[in-house]
Design a protein around this ligand. Structure first.
Ligand SMILES: O=C(O)c1ccccc1N[C@@H]1O[C@H](COP(=O)(O)O)[C@@H](O)[C@H]1O
Length: 208
C-alpha cells in the first residue's frame, strides 16, 4: 500500500478534503519564502481537524532553532520534513522522527546521500528546483538506484495522471503532492485531491 501525503495546506476545506480522500499525512510549510507558508499558530488550528492516524508533517528549509522550536511546540506530534541544506547533525539534533528531502538532478548520488542520513525515517525525493521545492517539476526517476534501501517518498511534479507510472516504476513507500492538486499556489482543489488519491489506490490494485 502506497501511503499518501498532501503537502502545502493552508485552508480548512483542503485539510478536510485530504482526510476525506484518504490521505495518510498532511504537510504544513514552515518556510516563510514559500507561497504556501503557514504560521505555527495557523498550522495548529488546521491540525486540529486531523483524525487519529493522519500524521501532520512540518516542512522546514534551513530553519533557525527558534523556528524549529515554534513549529514543534505548535504541533508536538508532527513528523519533521527537512527540505533544505540541513546536515545529518542538524536533523538528528531535533530528536524527532524526520524525512530528509533529496533534491534530485543528474549527478546526485542517492546511495551516498542515504548513507549520510541513516536516521531518516524515509528519504523524500524531489526535483531540484529554484526555491528548494514545491516546483511541480518531475525529475528523472531513473536516477534512483534500485539498490537504495531507505524508504522512499516519491515527490516532484506528481499528479493524478502520472502518479501510477511513478508507483509502478519506483515502488515508493509513499507519494507526496503539492502543486499537482492545486488551482493556485497554496489553494488546493478537493476534486484534484480525490482524483490523486483514487489514482494511487488504483495503482496499488494493479498486479505487479
Ligand atoms: O511547497 C513549497 O512551497 C515548498 C517550498 C520549499 C520546499 C519544499 C516545498 N514543497 C515540497 O516540494 C515537494 C514537491 O512539490 P510539488 O508536488 O512538485 O509541488 C513536496 O514534497 C512538497 O512538500
Amino acid at each position: 500500500m502506497t501511503r499518501i501525503k498532501i503537502c502545502g495546506l493552508t485552508r480548512e476545506a483542503d485539510v478536510e478534503a485530504a482526510v476525506a480522500a484518504g490521505a495518510d499525512a498532511i504537510g504544513f510549510v514552515f518556510y516563510a519564502k514559500s507561497p504556501r507558508a503557514v504560521t505555527p499558530e495557523r498550522a495548529r488550528a488546521l491540525a486540529r481537524l486531523l483524525p487519529p492516524f493522519v500524521t501532520p508533517v512540518g516542512l522546514f528549509v534551513n530553519a533557525t532553532d527558534a523556528e524549529l522550536r515554534a513549529g514543534l511546540d505548535a504541533l508536538p506530534n508532527m513528523l519533521v520534513q527537512f527540505h533544505g541544506d540541513e546536515t545529518p547533525a542538524d536533523c538528528d539534533r531535533v530528536k524527532r522522527p524526520y524525512l530528509r528531502a533529496a533534491r534530485m538532478s543528474p549527478g546526485v548520488d542517492l546511495l551516498d546521500f542515504a548513507t549520510q542520513f541513516p536516521n531518516a525515517q524515509a528519504l523524500l525525493l524531489d526535483a531540484h528546483v529554484d526555491g528548494y521545492g514545491g516546483g511541480g517539476k518531475v525529475f528523472d526517476w531513473s536516477l534512483i538506484p534500485p539498490s537504495v534501501s531507505s524508504r522512499l517518498v516519491l515527490s516532484g511534479g506528481l499528479n493524478a495522471a502520472n502518479v501510477a507510472d511513478g508507483i509502478a516504476r519506483v515502488r515508493p513507500w509513499a507519494v507526496d503532492v503539492s502543486s499537482g492538486v492545486e488551482v493556485s499556489k497554496g489553494i488546493k482543489s478537493a476534486d484534484l485531491i480525490h482524483e490523486f488519491c483514487r489514482a494511487v489506490k488504483r495503482a496499488d490494485a494493479e498486479p505487479t
